[in-house]
Design a protein. Structure first.
Length: 234
């Protein structure tokens, strides 16, 4: 997907990017490639692949939530900034918090924030479960892209969501994750509203948006320590 086809495909999502936003994405790509030579940010570095698998893929979140309204959004395990930084660029109405535990990636995110003058993004160097304990019910929408299995993600991310807000993890392949995550969704006082399945343009790879609505408060003991979450999933 080259820059022109990216712009055309994004328009099909009803997202009309300005020249300034397109220039910011191009600068973001340049920073990603340059800094990736120093630290391991991503294995995807070819321009056409980045625009498809990182930039376009990040924006597909709009299929599940109206990103045009003012909202607080948290991206857990953002890595090099996907989807959080892309969403902050393309939707300046959003207040975006990106959370990442690896310091080198955090340094890259601060560089991007500075170079692109992104005033609507907040960067946190913290483990997901610790961040969640300190930010209970703070966000309208929480997302995470390919960070962990769904039953583990639910406990770390749903506590961050406001009551009646949404946790929408972005998944390439769900396999049996939905079935094993049923109990964790229920325990976290939430419900699965829908799974939006679609194919990426060009390569037709499968993507899933798992739309989970938070119905009520969570018990104070969640999230537990990561070792407990991993060894004894809900």
């Amino acid at each position: 997907m080259n820059i022109n086809s990216f712009y055309d495909e994004v328009k099909k999502l009803d997202i009309n990017l300005t020249k300034t936003q397109m220039d910011m994405l191009e600068k973001y790509y340049e920073l990603l490639v340059t800094e990736n030579e120093k630290i391991n940010l991503t294995t995807i570095t070819e321009e056409e692949d980045v625009y498809l698998k990182h930039f376009y893929d990040s924006l597909t979140l709009i299929k599940a939530y109206n990103l045009r309204k003012e909202a607080t959004l948290c991206d857990i395990g953002t890595g090099a900034g996907f989807p959080g930084v892309v969403l902050a660029i393309c939707f300046p109405n959003l207040k975006v918090t990106v959370v990442e535990s690896i310091r080198k990636k955090i340094d890259f995110l601060f560089l991007v924030k500075k170079e692109l003058d992104l005033k609507n993004i907040f960067i946190c160097n913290e483990r997901a479960e610790i961040f969640a304990r300190n930010n209970i019910e703070k966000y309208d929408i929480v997302t995470s892209r390919a960070m962990a299995r769904l039953n583990i993600l639910n406990e770390m991310c749903i506590p961050l969501v406001k009551v009646n807000g949404y946790f929408i993890p972005m998944k390439a392949n769900l396999d049996e994750e939905l079935e094993e995550a049923k109990s964790s969704i229920e325990i976290m006082n939430s419900k699965l509203e829908e799974v939006i399945t679609f194919n990426l343009p060009v390569e037709n790879s499968i993507r899933n948006l798992v739309v989970i609505k938070k119905l009520g408060n969570n018990k104070k003991r969640y999230p537990r320590d990561y070792k407990q979450i991993k060894n004894m999933p809900l």
